[in-house]
Design a protein around this ligand. Structure first.
Ligand SMILES: Nc1ncnc2c1ncn2[C@@H]1O[C@H](COP(=O)(O)OP(=O)(O)OP(=O)(O)O)[C@@H](O)[C@H]1O
Ligand SMILES: [Mg+2]
Length: 245
């Protein structure tokens, strides 16, 4: 079972959009896919059309061992969801109170269900909180990045935090790229600085991506010939290759 976490401590950069569409793509390829929403905002959960008030078992219930069995939300065939649920903040505090190695619990839990899935895709909050720390520790780390100078500084914060956990970055996904000189310049700088880590394929700015989320549809369902669909297919394929799937 492969595990990937989509991270960036900046808000609104496209993490949830990326997890949502990658998870749909992997499931469409026949991979048994588990999406995990670790963000207390629960955007991924609602994007999948799951009402947070109706979540039976939350991520915290598993990590804090409040339930004996594994019962994920079924989004569709091959695509399951675990949500942080409405008590995410309290659950993170309780998890952290368990001791200095609290962040290894998610990895242990994923080990326990490893025969049930081919790939796990984890959405994270725009913060280095207890669940983001756990996700980074457990997974291959893929920051998403909007081309911009402040964003580049933010990327370094993510890289440093990942290093502190003894992990390295698996791949940087350039997202919401526009046809501007600045965008091109940042891409070039990234290619030099992160050779082999920056994915070759990028996600262009595409309004259909924003629209599809409102319709609770993946970009492949909403607008299969859009740039968004083309770009996410290519990025998903590149990630599968990197992960050895
Ligand atoms: N490639 C894209 N082109 C155009 N709009 C996009 C693209 N990717 C994401 N968006 C839009 O940008 C907004 C923020 O995206 P998203 O919610 O995925 O970011 P996020 O990083 O998960 O935010 P948060 O940090 O709050 O969780 C949304 O309205 C989304 O529809
Ligand atoms: Mg999000």
């Amino acid at each position: 079972m492969k595990k990937i976490a989509i991270v960036n401590n900046k808000g609104g950069v496209g993490k949830t959009t990326t997890v949502f569409n990658l998870a749909h793509y992997f499931a469409k390829q026949g991979l048994k896919t588990l999406a995990i929403d670790t963000d207390p905002q629960l955007n991924l959960t609602t994007n999948f059309g799951v009402n947070p008030g109706e979540i039976k078992v939350s991520l915290g219930d598993y990590l804090l061992e409040r339930v004996p069995e594994f019962v994920p939300e079924i989004v569709e065939e091959n695509l399951h969801l675990i949500s942080a649920g409405e008590a995410a903040e309290q659950d993170m505090a309780a998890l952290q109170a368990e001791g200095p190695y609290y962040y290894q619990t998610l990895n242990d839990f994923l080990d326990y269900i490893k025969n049930q899935y081919d790939i796990v895709v984890i959405d994270t909050a725009p913060a280095f909180n207890a669940y983001t720390t756990s996700a980074i520790y457990a997974s291959s780390v893929y920051p998403v990045l909007i081309p911009g100078i402040n964003e580049l500084n933010g990327l370094n914060a993510t890289i440093d935090f990942t290093k502190e956990l003894g992990k390295k970055i698996s791949g940087i996904i350039l997202i919401k790229k526009e046809k501007t000189a600045l965008s091109d310049q940042v891409e070039e700088q990234l290619q030099q600085e992160f050779e082999g880590i920056l994915l070759n394929k990028i996600i262009r700015k595409n309004v259909a991506l924003a629209e599809s989320i409102i319709m609770h549809q993946s970009i492949f369902e909403y607008a299969s010939s859009s740039n968004g669909a083309k770009d996410y297919s290519k990025v998903a394929k590149e990630i599968m290759k990197k992960e050895g799937i």
